[in-house]
Design a protein around this ligand. Sequence first.
Ligand code: ADP
Length: 589
Amino acid sequence: MTTYSSRPTVHEAMSRFRASLLRRASAVSWVVLAIIGAQAVRTEVYDRQEFYIPAIGLILLVVLSTIARWERVIAASWAPLVVGSWMLALIAGVTAVGRLPELSGTAEPILYGLAAISGLLLPWWAHTLSTVAIGSAIAHIALTLGEVDAVSDVVAPVLTVVVVAAATALVNFELEREMVVSASRERMLEDQRLDFERLYEVSATLARAESLSEIVPYLVGTICRYLDAQVGVVLLFDGSTNKLRVMSPIWVNGSTVDAEETAIEVVGPNVIAQSYRSIRPIHVRRVDENSDAHIVLRELGLTQALVAPLKVEALRVGVIVVGEPVHGDFTQDQLEQLGSLAAPAGLVLSQIGRYEAQTEMARRLEEVAQMKTDFVSTVSHELRSPLTSIIGSLDTVSRPELAPTHPTSQQLLQSARRQAARLQRLIEDLLVVSRIDRGAIPVHLENIALKEIFDEVNRVVQVEASIFVEPADATVEADRDHLTRVLINLVENAAKYAPGSPIELKGTQMARHCRIEVVDHGPGIPEDQRERVFERFTQLDQSDTRSRGGTGLGLSIVKSLVEVMNGSVRIETTEGGGATFVVDLPRGR
Ligand code: ADP
């Protein structure tokens, strides 16, 4: 788990500040020594024992403070003693020098300076001690110098020392407080940053996966690493059994292990079920050997665990369990972290779960559709042979030499022949549809003269359509059988739904394609139904269609066949009323 050791604590920050203050003070001390030396030369006291002995002592102290590794000293617990002693030695040295009347004026400001930095360097008790020492030193100097006016020469400088010392102690106090505040703010921001980083990584890992079995090990692995846990398990809610099911694999010590099929009741005393029900993370400090609430945790061999619900807003998806911290015990902080990591995990797990369910559903639907196509194809084939033989028999029986003489018998025979033909059309349509569904429609493209194929259609259908082709030798690139079927279908529809109205078959060659129009002057097709009529089994007026015969498959076959020939079909309104079916196909080469 990430620790915060890289960030300075308040103590460390203060130590650094104090060490740098001491280094600067050492540098300034050399200047002060130079001033004292210059003063001693000017006043010719340098060769007096009272001067040079304390002066040598001061030089040694400043040398010592210049070479000292203050960072180390200050960080130690005994630092106040060392710094305090160093401070007392300086005070003593400066006092000794200050006892000389020639140097007392220089010593006094130095002592004020020492009072100021003592406040920033020492804890309150040591600072108080050094303030007393400095106050005494100033009083001592004043008294040594002889005639003193108690107020102006002793009390005033001592008071000044006290004020300076108090002011710097206050500054020090404020500084420390500010550092505590900013350190805790910094720590909070750092925690937030780490939380975001983890959430981002968990979400990013999860978003890449497509199946639950792929995502679960990633998820628990990432979370276990963050929480310094050795074991991680995800249990997902199974709505069909109302149980929480352990997802395999589980995470153990950096690798995945297949889990046995285990499920626990959502109702019941188990701590995992409790976390799921209450939507709250639970910290299990010690897995109890005998408690029913800890049964699954025990089976997993855990001695302590964190359990958090996986949820998407109010929807509960499952539970995540992490157990066995690598070091020490799980903390409240880690429980909260698991809670926040479980949020994106729940979201993605539920999405993937839904995606998997939908994929499974789509697969099943595809299977059913395939079964239906196979069934239609088999049944149609099976019906075709007996029907062909029935039609053959009816045609034979209808021959003049064999036909019955009774008019009713003749009518019945004709009716049977018509119905057989209708059945044959239906079976043919179903066969074509099943071939289209299987993608098994053969397409042989060739150049076909429009005039020629229109004539062919006119020969097959029972009505005569007027033919217009512009230019007369216009050709399309199409499959002859398919195009014939398409045109017969459209012309027969025109005859069926616009009885008695003239029908036109028009062909026009355009720049890149050929346009074929089948025009009638019947009732037409309302604009909002023009897409729908191309769908399977769509019949606009059921009663109308029933009386005219039809399956609702014709136009869907037309559309599929036109499309496999790289064309398109649509419906327009005929001028003056009626339907115009427009088929666009590639131009012949
Ligand atoms: P059906 O076997 O019912 O004829 P189709 O797929 O060929 O099936 O046609 C679908 C429906 O479109 C028909 O039921 C009919 O209502 C309508 N329709 C087709 N062609 C025409 C037309 N030329 N004029 C008016 N309505 C038509």
